[in-house]
Write a protein of this length. Structure first.
Length: 471
């Protein structure tokens, strides 16, 4: 499906660390930075998520020529970026977190920007789309008269979902759905002299914007869909444990456009989109999509032609599918079952082989999530791993039961699993599947955890100890 995203680009930076002491200069915590992650925000987040879902995505936007823009272009790999002449610095939002607790956010380059220019390629991407998502973040792209004319024409033919912004432009008339959140809807209604209840605000915005419908999103309370025919429907949201709501609206708008383009009616598409947004947040939200910046890695020597250190690292081989994410998507689209397992796999032994063979028998492909060398050191100590990540990956790929290897640099495979979205996650052990820390994550997209028998006599630690005695 060809989807065009029209909107403003932001650069989101997450600085994650720990705090165990106060600064001697002032009573503030000292944050020991663990990693720095950069991702495309705004319309870039919508485009990234849709591209990861397997869609052919074009992004109509404005891109500057500064350092922030270079990070954005790397983060948007796989998305066709169509941009006019740079008009303003890249707006950057930097969040500092201690664990999962937000501490502070710094905004740079977020002052009002002039209306960007447009090109023939940008307008052609709008005209040729199967569905359009407008992600307005108030930086002028939706105020461009040529782009507005192209969107007005497209709204007569295909689904157009418009995610508005208080500082942005009004949606063009005739779009399928406008998706303000409750605060945006009530503020706009109040400014227009209308009542500020969710339904009153929705009715006011329907008249103001001339859209076919308005979907007012209400966080954990779901959404309220109001249509131009006078109907109104409350859509509940699944119960979700959310630590960071960032990106929920972007996920919802993108999913809504896709579901409408597949032929679902408004109510069905809205209900599916609310479910998708909830699952997205349960899987970690926007923060789970960010890649660790190689410039902040503890050991730059780990970068090699085989493994690219970007948080989610893909191990390439000539004879096997190089990209576990694409492999998983392909298997799912053909109706197959995606199985994944993970671990350090340092000194591959019979216990590993049995677990891997058992895992592969449960589905149509097996993807191994492999800890990077840095990750193994943090988990096992400075003398591990014994075998480098390149060799560990090559040994795993040599096994007939392993179809792909994805290397991750974090302490847990959660971000990796969020990308692969396996149907089954397999671990060896003598505990119940519900006790696995990944169980709640898998449940977010309907997956499940399975355990296979643990073989205590076979362990890497035991082999390492035996080798140490021999040497």
């Amino acid at each position: 499906m060809r989807i065009t995203v029209v909107g403003d680009l932001l650069l989101d930076v997450d600085i994650n660390g720990t705090a165990t002491r106060l600064s001697p200069d002032a009573p503030v915590p000292v944050v020991d930075v663990g990693d720095v992650r950069r991702r495309a925000g705004g319309a870039g987040l919508v485009a990234t998520v849709l591209a990861r879902d397997g869609h052919d995505v074009s992004l109509v936007t404005a891109v500057s020529d500064d350092d922030g823009a270079s990070h954005l272009r790397r983060a948007l790999a796989g998305v066709s970026v169509l941009a006019g002449t740079p008009q303003a610095p890249t707006p950057t939002k930097t969040r500092v977190r201690i664990g999962t607790h937000p501490m502070v956010r710094f905004d740079q380059g977020c002052a009002p920007a002039p209306v960007p220019s447009s090109t023939g390629e940008m307008l052609a991407a709008i005209a040729s789309a199967d569905a359009i998502v407008v992600a307005d973040y108030g930086r002028g792209i939706t105020a461009n008269t040529d782009i507005r004319a192209a969107l007005t024409d497209a709204a007569r033919r295909i689904p157009v979902v418009w995610d508005p912004h208080p500082s942005g432009s009004d949606p063009v008339a005739g779009v399928s759905v406008v998706t303000p959140n409750l605060a945006e809807a009530t503020a706009s209604a109040k400014a227009g002299g209308s009542g500020t209840g969710a339904e009153e605000a929705g009715r006011y915005l329907l008249d103001k914007w001339g859209s076919a419908s308005v979907l007012v999103t209400r966080g954990e309370d779901g959404a309220l869909l109001m249509c131009s025919d006078g109907s109104a429907e409350s859509i509940p949201a699944p119960t979700t444990n959310v630590s960071d709501p960032c990106g929920a609206g972007d996920r919802l708008a993108g999913s809504l456009a896709v579901h409408l383009a597949t032929g679902l009616d408004l109510a069905q598409a809205a209900a599916r989109a609310v479910e998708d947004a909830s699952a997205f947040l349960a899987a970690g939200g926007a923060a789970a999509l960010a890649g660790a910046d190689p410039a902040n890695a503890a050991d730059p020597s780990e970068v090699s032609p085989v493994v690219e250190l970007k948080g989610l690292e893909l191990v390439d081989t000539a004879d096997l599918h190089p990209d576990g994410v694409r492999l998983a998507r392909s298997v799912r689209e053909s109706g197959g079952t995606v199985v994944a397992t993970g671990g350090c796999f340092d000194l591959l032994h019979a216990g590993h082989a049995r677990t891997l063979a058992a895992a592969r028998s449960m589905g149509d492909c097996l993807i191994v999530c492999l800890n990077s060398d840095q990750s193994v050191r943090r988990l096992k100590g400075v003398h591990r791993p014994i075998v480098s990540v390149e060799d560990r990956a090559e040994l795993l790929l040599a096994l007939e039961c392993v179809d792909a290897v994805v290397v991750f640099g974090e302490d847990t495979p959660e971000a990796c699993l969020t990308q692969i979205r396996p149907d089954i996650w397999v671990k060896g052990g003598d505990y119940t599947p519900e006790e696995l820390p990944e169980a709640r994550l898998l449940a977010g997209w309907g997956g499940r955890c399975v355990t296979v028998p643990f073989h205590p006599a076979r362990s890497t630690s035991g082999l390492a100890a035996a080798l140490a005695k021999v040497s």
